[in-house]
Design a binder for this molecule. Structure first.
Ligand code: EPZ
Length: 430
């Protein structure tokens, strides 16, 4: 089992290039199922989740080819020529929940789709009822059998009006893709406005889809008979950028985040600035710094975009764990997303969890300790805390990190972090 070994107390200084966004690349890859022509995606991050999605698409009969591309990220050519399998195999689907994103496009393209129910994970039960209700509203017949969702629409999907009771990124993406080939018009109200949804919508328009209201909570999709191929560059990863902004602040250093899109980070940077972090931006680069690593305590509540993102909650908690003062962090999106709190407490953090809120009282002297990562963002939270702590921190469960952060230790080492990956208890000397 890989571990990361971190020795704290070193301010980070330098430039970090921001990779393509995992949570944009996954639905974009699934969108390749909507056409028999080739979809070329640039700036794909080299992450385990991309490999799993490639494996899934290949198992359905699509061709996924990596080609020489631009100097940012990987370039994939995806071609889903008929005949396509309509069964997404359990042994692949259970590796990433985002596999459910093939359900909508596969059903819209072939009239049939069998996808294993994605299990929950550490942060919550994560049901897909809104995905299924939306597809039923579009005329699909949905059967749950043997742990699979069996969806059929032999005569094709039809446009419908879908009003989401709450914001769901995945349901918005699944139904948006399905609606592009439905007969008639689909109106989606209370749709997610996350930049990853906008990135997907813009790619679908490039593929010939008719979508209005992109970036708003009301999407109107006029179904078309077929989509064609396109070229699309994956947006930069706003959560990776926010994570490294916290890394600069918590270590009392200064980082330039190269390639970050500041329009995606409004609420994150607003909260960091109110906590005392210095942020300046220009020409696609964002400079983030803090003189001491001890910010002011500041309260945040997670909300759907453009609110403070739930995927930055754990990282912010690490920053507040060493802040000057107290902070109240409230998680409104997932029911169990404070698993990093007890691990931070092992390092001396003073955190009290009350239901969906956590009171964090800053302690400037965290101490390194062996800790266990429970999910993707919790793992990077522990790396951040380890860089601010005295002594050595060993983060176990590093496979979580490899799902969502491209070359994390290389990027951090290049700006001064003392971090190495061990296998079989030996540190690999960089
Ligand atoms: C996406 O997950 C992201 N994953 C998550 O990022 C992110 O935290 C989440 O959106 C919220 O922004 C990807 O894009 C691959 P939701 P998703 O549907 O689509 C409930 C990370 O760390 N819900 O917006 O699964 C759900 O349980 C990951 O990169 C239903 O009840 O999230 C949750 O409480 C973690 N029924 C809330 O809604 C449904 O049918 C929001 O979920 C769908 C969702």
């Amino acid at each position: 089992m890989d571990q990361l070994v971190i020795r704290g107390g070193r301010p980070l200084r330098g430039k970090i290039s921001i990779s393509g966004a995992k949570n944009a690349a996954l639905p974009l890859m699934a969108a390749s199922l909507l056409t028999e022509e080739t979809l070329t995606l640039d700036n794909i991050p080299a992450l385990d989740d991309m490999t799993t999605m490639s494996d899934l698409l290949t198992s359905l009969g699509a061709a996924v080819e990596e080609v020489e591309g631009s100097n940012r990220g990987r370039t994939l050519k995806l071609t889903a020529r008929p005949p396509l399998s309509t069964v997404a195999p359990y042994e692949i689907v259970n590796r990433i929940r985002a596999s459910v994103l093939v359900l909508g496009p596969l059903l819209a393209r072939t009239g049939q789709a069998t996808v294993s129910m994605p299990g929950g994970d550490a942060i919550g039960i994560r049901p897909i009822d809104q995905h299924l209700k939306g597809l039923e509203a579009m005329g699909a017949k949905i059967e749950l059998k043997g742990g699979n969702v069996i969806a059929s629409a032999p005569g094709g999907l039809k446009g419908a009006t879908i009003r989401f009771p709450f914001v769901s990124v995945g349901a918005t993406e699944n139904l948006l893709m399905a609606a592009t080939l439905a007969k008639g018009t689909t109106i989606m109200e209370n749709a997610a406005r996350e930049p990853e949804v906008t990135d997907l919508a813009q790619c679908l328009v490039a593929m010939g889809a008719s979508i209005h209201g992109i970036g708003t909570e009301c999407l109107v999709i006029q179904g078309v008979d077929a989509l064609h191929g396109a070229n699309h560059t994956v947006m930069p990863d706003r959560i990776e950028a926010g994570t490294y902004a916290v890394a600069a602040a918590i270590t009392g250093g200064e980082l330039v985040l190269d390639g970050a899109n500041v329009e995606h980070l409004g609420s994150v940077f607003e909260s960091l600035a109110k906590a005392g972090v210095n942020i300046s931006n220009g020409l696609g680069k964002v400079r983030v710094s803090h003189p001491t690593g001890r910010c002011r305590g500041f309260d945040v509540i997670t909300h759907p975009f453009p609110g403070f993102p739930t995927d930055m909650q754990a990282q912010f908690m690490a920053l507040m764990a060493v802040a000057d003062g107290a902070s109240l962090i409230t998680e409104t999106i997932f029911e169990n997303r404070f698993m990093h709190a007890p691990e931070l407490a092992r390092m001396g953090a003073d955190i009290t969890v009350h239901g969906s809120s956590a009171m964090v009282r800053g302690n400037p002297r965290l101490r390194g300790a062996p800790v266990m990562a429970t999910d993707l963002r919790a793992s990077v939270c522990l790396v951040l805390a380890g860089m601010a702590a005295e002594g050595e921190t060993v983060v176990n469960g590093v496979y979580h990190l490899d799902r969502g952060y491209e070359k994390l230790e290389e990027k951090l080492r290049a700006v001064g972090a003392d971090i190495s990956r061990t296998q079989d208890d030996r540190a690999i000397v960089p």
